[in-house]
Design a protein around this ligand. Structure first.
Ligand SMILES: Cc1cc2nc3c(=O)[nH]c(=O)nc-3n(C[C@H](O)[C@H](O)[C@H](O)COP(=O)(O)OP(=O)(O)OC[C@H]3O[C@@H](n4cnc5c(N)ncnc54)[C@H](O)[C@@H]3O)c2cc1C
Length: 519
């Protein structure tokens, strides 16, 4: 970063540690924490958000990329959850048209009963969406189904059902929420893990965090503290009460990414019932196809969860039954895993049956923990949390403004696919050096985008840039590793780092990228 430019992170750190009592301190910078922080800031409360790693490093960059009501939950009879999510889908479509778009899904029918059976269910989905519907579902004959999804397995295909849902770019939405938070006076800091809670008697009055660049510890005070750390919420709860019973059962979901040729066109495929009773999606995304997912109970909450071989085999086997040509291991450009923060009922063994609804609990000391839910409902979770926080923190009680809040960069303009996610920032990015230089022949990103993310989006590492500001890691893990040296060079130049730092960045990123490639 040149002398004339102010490193936004330094400004955030200075504000974070300024001697003041924040109205709200949010721990965790995924969908839930960022949504809660935006909600609090737009209600006029002072807000600080601390993220231990990078924004959306956890589950929030590892989703199926759908803004959806969840047809699967409808099949489970969870009508109120689906209605709420469909409502939120409609709001997000209006508030972030640069990040969310309509997507047609084809449910292929290979049995005589499948069309009427799923057709009725999807009509109900339409009805529940009400005024915020993205379009009506309809029955397709075989030819129409193949027109929409030409690589569907033709043998035995009777027809299909077409329905609509939303699609988005998850980590770009997280970065957009960060910018929206800042636009409304909130402060956020990444690489600032909370390592302890401050107490006055039994009451929680703040937290201690470590600033990772310097290793220094800082204390921050707040009237109310929100724990939005996803699958890690129990770690924070134990900082208050060491023997508290855990409330999250992590469940792993894996996706593979393959070339667009496996699903040309603009429609997605939804397989309504796999061998393990789930649904499987094949979704076009940034000129590639994302296929998943799985649901595997796991004992640990790693920051870099790894796909199990049997999960990858399951996805490829199931996709191969419905897609022609069938994708194989050699076709996989990237494989990624995420952990669902499912809230445990008293004794749950089967994670598929655990509620996807969100849960808010307030501890004896006033720590508000929020978890569960999904990306689609992040705004609603934030609204509920802040309404609670106003009571717990004795803050003025104010109306929510987020149902109609345009997010940072709001734009309905059509732009080429990967530029669209920046909304109105796209033109400013194109003014930066390197707008005409792509990072790698197999990736769409330009050097200007990296400079932008370092200057204005708190990107600090090659991983931040290649995994979450751009989506290079998920689109093509090998190409992203090849782009790491140039990425680190730009980072070092912008942040004023030396050769050794640059080399360490390249090594760390290339090691990470190995975990996203199949051997
Ligand atoms: C496989 C899969 C597919 C999914 N697909 C969809 C989908 O298509 N659509 C949809 O709507 N939802 C989907 N979801 C659900 C959705 O992704 C999650 O509900 C959501 O991302 C959870 O966000 P979160 O903020 O609660 O958690 P996270 O995103 O995990 O955020 C928690 C954050 O807390 C930080 N943190 C942890 N400890 C500390 C600490 N001590 N100090 C500071 N920070 C800390 C972490 O670094 C992390 O960034 C999917 C989930 C999975 C797993």
């Amino acid at each position: 970063m040149t002398q004339a430019q102010q490193d936004p992170r330094k400004t955030s750190l200075a504000s974070a540690v300024a001697n003041k009592v924040w109205d709200v301190l949010v721990i965790g910078g995924g969908a839930t924490g960022l949504g809660s922080a935006v909600e609090a800031a737009t209600r006029g409360h002072s807000v600080l958000l601390l993220e231990g790693h990078d924004y959306a490093k956890g589950t929030s960059s590892r989703s199926t990329k759908l803004v959806h009501g969840g047809v699967r939950y409808l099949a489970q009879g969870n009508v109120s959850l689906v209605r709420e999510a469909l409502h939120e889908r409609g709001l997000l479509r209006k508030n972030a048209p640069h990040l969310v778009h309509d997507l047609e899904f084809v449910v292929p029918a290979y049995e005589w009963w499948a069309e009427p059976f799923y057709g009725i269910g999807l009509k109900m989905y339409d009805v529940l969406a009400g005024k915020l519907s993205l379009g009506s579902s309809k029955l397709l004959n075989k030819e129409q189904a193949l027109n929409k999804a030409s690589t569907l397995q033709k043998e035995g295909l009777k027809g299909g059902i077409l329905y609509h849902d939303g699609q988005f770019d998850d980590s770009r939405l997280a970065v957009t929420l960060l910018r929206t938070l800042e636009d409304h006076g909130g402060v956020a800091l990444n690489y600032a893990p909370v390592i302890g809670l401050l107490k006055d008697g039994d009451k929680i009055i703040g937290a201690t965090f470590r600033e990772e660049d310097s290793g220094t510890l800082h204390e921050v005070r707040a009237k109310v503290v929100v724990n939005a750390t996803g699958v890690w919420v129990d770690d924070i709860r134990r900082m208050e009460t060491p023997d508290v019973k855990g409330m999250v059962a992590p469940s792993q979901g894996v996706h593979v990414v393959v070339d667009k040729k496996f699903l040309p066109g603009n429609s997605a495929i939804m397989i309504p019932r796999t061998d393990d009773g789930r649904v499987l999606f094949a979704v076009p995304w940034h000129d590639h196809v994302v296929i998943g997912t799985t649901d595997t109970a796991v004992p640990n909450t790693d920051f870099e969860p790894r796909a199990l071989d049997e999960e990858v085999e399951f996805i490829l086997r199931t996709a191969g039954r419905y897609m022609d040509p069938a994708p194989t291991r050699e076709d996989v450009r990237s494989v990624y895993a995420g952990l669902r923060p499912l809230v445990k009922p008293a004794d749950a063994a089967d994670t598929k049956a655990i509620s996807r609804d969100h849960t808010i609990v307030v501890s004896a000391g006033g720590l508000i923990t929020v978890t569960g839910g999904k990306w689609t409902t992040y705004r609603r979770m934030g609204e509920d949390v802040v309404t609670r926080a106003e009571k717990v923190g004795d803050l003025p009680e104010r109306m929510t403004l987020t149902p109609g809040l345009h997010l940072h960069g709001w734009s309905q303009d059509e732009r080429p696919d990967h530029w669209k996610v920046y909304g109105t920032d796209a033109e400013r990015i194109q003014q930066l050096p390197g707008a005409d230089r792509t990072l790698h022949p197999e990736l769409p990103y330009t050097e200007a985008e990296l400079r932008w993310s370092i200057r204005f989006e708190q990107a600090r590492t090659a991983e931040d840039l290649l995994a979450r500001r751009t989506r290079a890691l998920l689109l093509n893990a090998r190409a992203s590793a090849e782009a790491a040296p140039r990425t680190a060079e730009i980072l070092a130049e912008e942040l004023g780092k030396d050769e050794a730092w640059k080399n360490a960045q390249v090594a760390a990123y290339q090691e990470l990228a190995v975990g996203y490639q199949l051997k």
